[in-house]
Design a protein around this ligand. Structure first.
Ligand SMILES: [Zn+2]
Length: 360
């Protein structure tokens, strides 16, 4: 990737805490700095597609299309470097690892990426390709919440093991865990506004070894998605209370570990207007989709947008000839991304930069 930036006359630095790269492109004229971000990590998935760009390593796959993000960011760098003489300001190119759960953006912010050009960037932009839902090249965006916050809930119900024939002499964590799983869904619908929803999915529940032994513990793991920071701020405490008190009601205890993940990704309304006008100018008005609702995925670009104005966009990359409503989505072993999205992504990121820098 560093080789792809060669000859562009960029100030390149690599991260100390992680394998990040920051490249600063200086325009010929003075002005503010704009940040463009591309994430780079793959996923532990064995690729099942037979396309030429298939992963060369079994067990590792660019199932979320972050390899396209790298290509798009390099493409945007080339487009902007070619226009350096008209560029009034700087561009911070943020090549970021660790998006898939490792808070890479937060670590890069801690290492100073927002000030890499000398002062705080005035705006930040990033995009994400999707291998379904949007036809290749279509850009979707919306003001306010674009993506959910994603937290994790881990509950260990502690009881007392015993013989399955005499539960009264034991303290059964299995029945209590089952009640907690259902009560979490009751809490979601009774304690939160249906129009500012919470999504809780228990993905793992583990207990016991055989039919006639009451185990001493039972474990629950769940993902918790929220769409506003108001709800995000209270959801962990409320779900913890439900788990602890249901266990207490039956004379057991629940040990809850609530792990706060990425915050909601929130787009600045004025920057979304810019996305619409830039995309419409480049691709025509039909190239832009005003997304009616947020998506329930999450991203750590949220940390950037919590500190500076900007926008996170979705970019369609459904393969040509495939129905976007049934195509394999990101993270699937069958996901394939149409490279026709690449020039669109590069042009849109470069266009947003030029438009923002022209504002001074
Ligand atoms: Zn992703």
């Amino acid at each position: 990737m560093l080789a792809a930036l060669e000859g562009l006359d960029l100030e390149v630095t690599t991260g100390t805490g992680l394998s990040s790269v920051v490249a600063v492109l200086r325009g010929a004229l003075p002005g503010p700095a704009v940040l463009l971000r591309g994430d780079m990590d793959g996923l532990p998935v064995t690729e099942l597609s037979d396309e030429p760009a298939r992963s060369e390593h079994d067990g590792v796959m660019h199932a979320c299309g972050h390899d396209l993000h790298m290509a798009v960011l390099v493409g945007a760098a080339r487009l902007l470097a070619a226009r350096r003489s008209q560029l009034a300001g700087s561009v911070v190119l943020m090549f970021q690892p660790g998006e898939e759960g490792d808070h890479g953006a937060r670590l890069m912010i801690e290492e100073g990426v927002l000030d890499a050009a000398g002062g705080r960037v005035v705006a930040g932009y990033a995009l994400h390709v999707v291998s379904a839902m949007l036809p290749a090249g279509l850009v979707g965006c919306r003001p306010g919440t674009m993506l959910a916050a994603a937290d994790q809930l881990f509950v260990t119900v502690r009881g007392r093991g015993g013989h399955g024939s005499m539960p009264h002499l034991a303290a059964d964590p299995v029945t209590v865990a089952a009640e907690i799983v259902l009560a979490l869904q009751v809490a979601v619908t009774r304690q939160f506004d249906a129009l500012d929803p919470v999504v809780v999915s228990v993905g793992r529940i583990t207990a016991g070894t055989t039919d006639n032994v009451i185990p001493a513990t039972a474990e629950i793991a769940a993902t918790v998605r929220t769409f506003s920071e108001e709800v995000h701020a209270v959801v962990g405490e409320r779900l913890t209370r439900v788990a602890e008190h249901i266990a207490a009601a039956h004379g057991l205890t629940a040990e809850v570990r609530y792990v706060t993940g990425y915050p909601t990704t929130r787009n600045t309304p004025g920057e979304v207007d810019r996305v619409e006008s830039v995309v419409s100018a480049l691709m025509g008005p039909r190239g832009y989709l005003a997304a009616p609702t947020p998506m329930s995925g999450s991203a750590d670009f949220s940390y950037v947008l919590a500190q500076v104005p900007g926008a996170y966009l979705g970019l369609g990359a459904t393969p040509a000839g495939v129905d976007p409503t049934t195509a394999a989505y990101n993270h699937s072993a069958l996901a394939t991304f149409d490279e026709a999205a690449l020039p669109v992504g590069a042009a849109v990121l470069a266009g947003l930069t030029l438009d923002r820098l022209a504002e001074g």
